[in-house]
Design a protein around this ligand. Sequence first.
Ligand SMILES: C[S@@+](CC[C@H](N)C(=O)[O-])C[C@H]1O[C@@H](n2cnc3c(N)ncnc32)[C@H](O)[C@@H]1O
Length: 266
Amino acid sequence: MIFSGKIWVMSEPSREPRNVGEPQNIYDDPKFFAGYSTLERFGAGWNRAMEHAELLGLLPDVGGRRVLDLGCGGGQLAHHLATRGAAEVTGVDVSERMLALARAEFAHPRVTYTRAALEDVEFAESRFDLIVSVLAFHYVDDYAGLLRRIARWLAPGGILVYSTEHPIYTARLPGEGWVVGEAGRRTGWSLDRYAEEGAREERWFVPGVRKVHRMLATLINGVLDAGLVLERLVEPMPGEQWLRDHPQAADERRRPMFLLVRARKA
Ligand SMILES: C[S@@+](CC[C@H](N)C(=O)[O-])C[C@H]1O[C@@H](n2cnc3c(N)ncnc32)[C@H](O)[C@@H]1O
């Protein structure tokens, strides 16, 4: 592992040179996309994701609301919210491949899909009543700045619901993160350099996938410093039925993988 500038390289070198603050857009890499599209949660399988029910449980009644989905990917959630009565949904994503899927399979008359990076996109003040984001914030360097912009885009009383990879997951040692003992048994979860925030690269279908590690306090204080009121934190764990359906994933209860946050603009 090497430390180069601000980026920890966990295994193999980066696939594409980039500057800190610029989006990597790994989802448009054909090899990455081919791997990602094999995941159960891809496309129509989105509702079988482990944290699906708890994420939906954080959403308010969306009837008549103006919604923004940041990192909307294949558009499943944007489409779902439109079918639940949202007045309009704007889905933003940097990946043309993901947006092509959204436009082909999750189109809806009240959903607009827009290609933009979360780092650059701008909206008018008080433009939305609900902002959602599923597993996209850990790709963004300037989390505090993004939260301040989100707070501006929300109308008074508006809600933010987002999920991100959990700090205990992003601070793992290189590789899968499990400590493996004799006979290949997983004896524990490895966590290192917790306080060293910033980008770390991992192999996920391809080498050099870049995600940003932040401490729990940084994630929460980013919400508070943006002037939002924190309403709920969830560390989703698989339920019994999900584990029966996914017996190979029994270790998912041994450490959190995701963090879900709900906040309100006063
Ligand atoms: C794990 S996928 C989740 C997609 C979708 N939210 C879902 O739940 O299926 C992460 C998404 O974030 C998008 N993304 C990553 N970095 C981004 C950035 N800087 N700006 C906009 N979108 C980004 C990716 O292209 C990808 O579609």
